[in-house]
Design a binder for this molecule. Structure first.
Ligand SMILES: Cc1cc2nc3c(=O)[nH]c(=O)nc-3n(C[C@H](O)[C@H](O)[C@H](O)COP(=O)(O)OP(=O)(O)OC[C@H]3O[C@@H](n4cnc5c(N)ncnc54)[C@H](O)[C@@H]3O)c2cc1C
Ligand SMILES: Cc1cc2nc3c(=O)[nH]c(=O)nc-3n(C[C@H](O)[C@H](O)[C@H](O)COP(=O)(O)O)c2cc1C
Ligand code: SF4
Length: 374
């Protein structure tokens, strides 16, 4: 994802200039448009695609049929392919739940019924897609004015922009299949009861959480969800509390809007939840942006201009103007609790169940929707 599309074609073209055999251009060529652009330059004669065919093995057929707009373009996340190779696990795909499961997984039997899916993040979108493919009547509620959930935030982080490609693809697919998309609609118990659905599936995702530190409620303390991708004036000295993926991405994003960024890992491995093939890129980017990783295990207190660090015998003060919390998010369960209190049973998919990345959300949603019977 950090390599721009078609970026290494210039190498193939350089080789083509000095040899007289056909040369294949490859790496991050994920769409016919990019492939065609490279071929048109007249230097490389062939195009090689690897991950593009894992994400959408029907790509050549779709091009032949003039249906380029239905191609599920590889987003270069490496979550299901190269990360798995490095772990010596079978290759699958984050956004194509059939890849690697061609023998076991087929789209389930036809189903009938009127289903509400709440939340149009990756889990809700995949649930709606598969249910609709199976013939259910599906309404997808999203409180925001666009689909994508947290992927919209993730795509604003430097080097992570390609998540947006998947969101655009899924919205197009949902519309093409005829899923009823209710954007800007916060699902409520009343509205759901009134619509008499045969089943309700909650894919409501997560909400930000803050660590239990004195002072965390102060005005200059905010969550990573509130700052990533936002136009802001210089936040000056920023301390980010938590150095898993969320903290790292917040640091990368804020580096251009701060005079200094300190990333507190609390003794944990930085970027512990980032895949092998991506973590080193993120670590390098943190270094290049001069983000200081601090391994202190405990912060005693947040004051209006300092963090007080517990150093045993003595307390260290770290000057801070903005504190950003990047703790593990918590499941968003309010609607679920209300529905259950009203005696309405609910199915759960995606990160509302437990911490899940994109791959886990898509595969969880597929497995649920494909095996579902109301
Ligand atoms: C900055 C950032 C970077 C990330 N980077 C990566 C990465 O590199 N790789 C990776 O795999 N994952 C990454 N993630 C995590 C990934 O975005 C999540 O795993 C994924 O989005 C979770 O999907 P979900 O569908 O379960 O929930 P969400 O994406 O949270 O979607 C839930 C949706 O439900 C909607 N909703 C909630 N309640 C209601 C209601 N009552 N009515 C209607 N709609 C409702 C919400 O508005 C939201 O759109 C990142 C996340 C962030 C924040
Ligand atoms: C699952 C998988 C396995 C791969 N195995 C090899 C390999 O054994 N040797 C190699 O040189 N490249 C290997 N590659 C790299 C690809 O050949 C290719 O260079 C790379 O994926 C970039 O092209 P792409 O963007 O079209 O995927 C592998 C890639 C993937 C996704
Ligand atoms: S897991 Fe990600 S990088 Fe690998 S093929 Fe699928 S979309 Fe592409």
């Amino acid at each position: 994802m950090d390599v721009p599309r078609g970026h290494f074609a210039y190498l193939a073209e350089g080789i083509a200039e000095v040899v007289d055999v056909p040369v294949v251009a490859c790496n991050r060529i994920n769409s016919p448009t990019i492939a065609e652009r490279i071929l048109q330059r007249g230097k490389a004669q062939l195009i090689g695609m690897s991950r593009g065919f894992i994400a959408d093995p029907e790509l050549p057929e779709k091009v032949r049929a003039g249906k380029n707009e239905t191609i599920r373009n590889c987003i270069g996340c490496n979550l299901g392919c190269l990360d798995k190779v490095f772990l010596l696990e079978p290759v699958i795909c984050a956004i194509n739940p059939l890849a690697g499961y061609e023998y076991e997984r087929k789209i389930g039997p036809p189903g009938k019924g009127n289903i509400a899916v709440i939340g149009a993040g990756p889990a809700g979108m995949e649930t709606a897609r598969i249910l609709k493919l199976r013939g259910f009547d599906v309404t997808l509620y999203e409180k925001d004015d666009r689909v994508g959930g947290l992927l919209n935030l993730a795509s604003k982080v430097p080097l992570r922009g390609e998540f947006a490609t998947y969101v655009v693809h899924m919205e197009r697919e949902l519309n093409r299949l005829g899923v009823k998309l209710k954007l800007g609609h916060r699902a409520t118990v009343e509205a759901l009861v009134e619509s008499k659905y045969d089943a309700i599936v909650c894919a409501t995702g997560t909400i930000a959480s803050a660590p239990p530190i004195d002072g965390v409620e102060m005005a200059h303390v905010t969550s990573a969800y509130n700052v990533i991708g936002r136009e802001m004036e210089n936040l000056r000295k920023v301390s980010i509390l938590g150095a898993s993926a969320l903290g790292c991405y917040a640091a990368l994003d804020l580096a251009s809007r701060a005079t200094r960024v300190d990333l507190f890992s609390f003794g944990n491995r930085v970027g512990d939840d980032i895949g092998l093939s991506t973590r080193w890129v993120i670590m390098k980017a943190l270094k290049e942006r001069k983000i200081k990783i601090r391994e202190e295990e405990k912060i005693d207190q947040i004051t209006s201009s300092y963090l007080m660090l517990d150093g045993g015998e003595e307390t260290t003060l770290v000057k801070t103007n903005t504190v950003v919390t990047a703790s593990k998010p918590q499941p968003r369960t309010r609607l679920i609790e209300k529905l259950e209190a009203a005696g309405i049973s609910v199915e759960l998919v995606g990160s509302v169940k437990r911490s899940m990345n994109l791959l886990d959300c898509v595969h969880d949603a597929f497995s649920f929707a494909n095996g579902f019977n109301p």
